[in-house]
Design a protein around this ligand. Structure first.
Ligand code: NDP
Length: 374
């Protein structure tokens, strides 16, 4: 009851402020309330996160997950769209002093409420905003793919070192029970050696004007966006990193959408023990699986990469794990690493490794040659 009253009072005050009415006593009550919420969370020892780029993932997944986290909370926002500010302010009780745009972003260094910057921008912007985040003296979480080039990854890792802060990549499945089970079954060889490994992720992409279809912003097509999950799945299930790759681009059947990036592709990773692991990513068909065929039977996830509803199977029957809030688990795990100032499992080094693998896949696709991965 009390909660609802507070909420509706806040909504009422917000309506008044939108209407341009100035009531100093009432607005200061609202400001006090915001301040208290931030102070309370800080007192509980939680790290304050600022989300940078308030798009689909930040608004649809990360912000709601930050209402459930134990070790971090949503303390601030960075946005280039002023119309998003009143909505976020109201919904998440964010004080004005913790709201930034891309121009005054660097001044976040003077804000003790913000401990972690979470970069949720289009792929080509990751490197710049991560490096500026470290220059501001904060820990940084960067969405996947970490960057478009290995050289940029190196700069990001160097910036983290210089700042003495941690860099993590938003690999939520590194903390997810079904995917952790794939890691365990594969790396401890519960069903013997893996003889065949396949992974595929695809969906039908919508809006033809979105940044995901623009090479300069996305760096490529479904490989950058979806194939990266298959790369991760292959590495964590086998416990190995590929040493060579061949790849083939699929046909462009929806040509108007794919002027700049691939519609689909397949690739074959050669693993250090000779195993060939096959991956596939597409913006023109639906698929979602991670499958290992081992000496004593097959274990797999399908769907493997969604935010929820994951299902797994082993030779002994269905996996029995609860679907969790993946983003809450991921951010809590990363916040704990940052509190201890230790690298998270999903470190910048892991992000760099994957950018290197993706670069090799694209090179193999473009040249038609087998590309060695050093
Ligand atoms: P959206 O397009 O929904 O949002 C991106 C936001 O970035 C925009 O809303 C905007 O926020 C800001 N932005 C700044 N400059 C530009 C620009 N030139 N073009 C477009 N947007 C711009 O993308 P997503 O949220 O889906 O993806 C963002 C990142 O998160 C990507 O790197 C993606 O790979 C990753 N992601 C990760 C997922 C995961 O499961 N780990 C799932 C989905 C995405 P504002 O208006 O506030 O400035």
């Amino acid at each position: 009851m009390e909660h609802n009253t507070t909420k509706s009072r806040r909504a009422f005050l917000y309506q008044l402020s939108l209407a341009g009415l100035s009531i100093p006593l009432a607005s200061s009550t609202f400001a006090d309330e915001q301040k208290q919420t931030t102070m309370q969370q800080k007192k509980e020892g939680k790290l304050g996160i600022a989300l940078v780029g308030l798009g689909g993932y930040a608004g649809g997944q990360l912000a709601p997950a930050l209402q459930q986290t134990e070790h971090c909370y949503l303390a601030g926002i960075v946005t280039g769209t002023p119309s998003k500010i009143p909505v976020w302010k109201e919904k998440y009780n964010i004080p004005d002093k913790n709201i930034y745009n891309y121009d005054n972003y660097d001044s976040i260094k003077d804000n003790p409420d913000i401990d972690i910057i979470y970069v949720v921008l289009p792929n080509s912007m990751h490197a710049e905003y991560v490096i500026r985040g470290f220059a501001a003296g904060k820990h940084v979480i960067c969405e996947k793919p970490m960057a478009l080039t290995v050289a940029d990854c190196d700069k990001m890792i160097a910036a983290a070192k210089k700042a003495g802060k941690q860099l993590s990549v938003g690999y939520r499945l590194q903390f997810e029970p079904h995917n952790l089970e794939m890691m365990r079954l594969g790396t401890t060889k519960v069903y013997g050696d893996i003889k065949k490994m396949t992974a595929g992720f695809g969906f039908m992409i919508g809006d033809p004007t979105q940044w995901r279809l623009k090479k300069d912003l996305a760096g490529g097509g479904p490989m950058q966006d979806l194939g990266i999950y298959c790369v991760q799945g292959i590495c964590y299930t086998t416990g190995m990193v590929p040493v060579a790759v061949t790849a083939q681009e699929g046909p462009k059947t929806i040509a108007d959408k794919f002027k700049e990036v691939e519609q689909s592709l397949k690739w074959q990773f050669e693993m250090p023990n000779g195993l060939v692991a096959e991956g596939e990513a597409s913006y023109g068909s639906n698929m979602n699986f991670l499958r290992a065929e081992a000496e004593k039977g097959m274990f797999e996830l399908s769907p493997a990469y969604n935010y929820g509803g994951l299902r797994g199977k082993t030779p002994e029957g269905p996996m029995n794990f609860t679907n969790i809030n993946q983003q809450a688990k991921q951010m809590d795990a990363m916040a704990l690493s940052m509190i201890k100032n230790q690298p998270s499992i999903a470190s910048g080094e892991m992000g760099r490794r994957d950018v290197k693998l993706i670069t090799a896949v694209y090179e193999a696709m473009a040249t038609g040659k087998k590309i060695k991965i050093q």
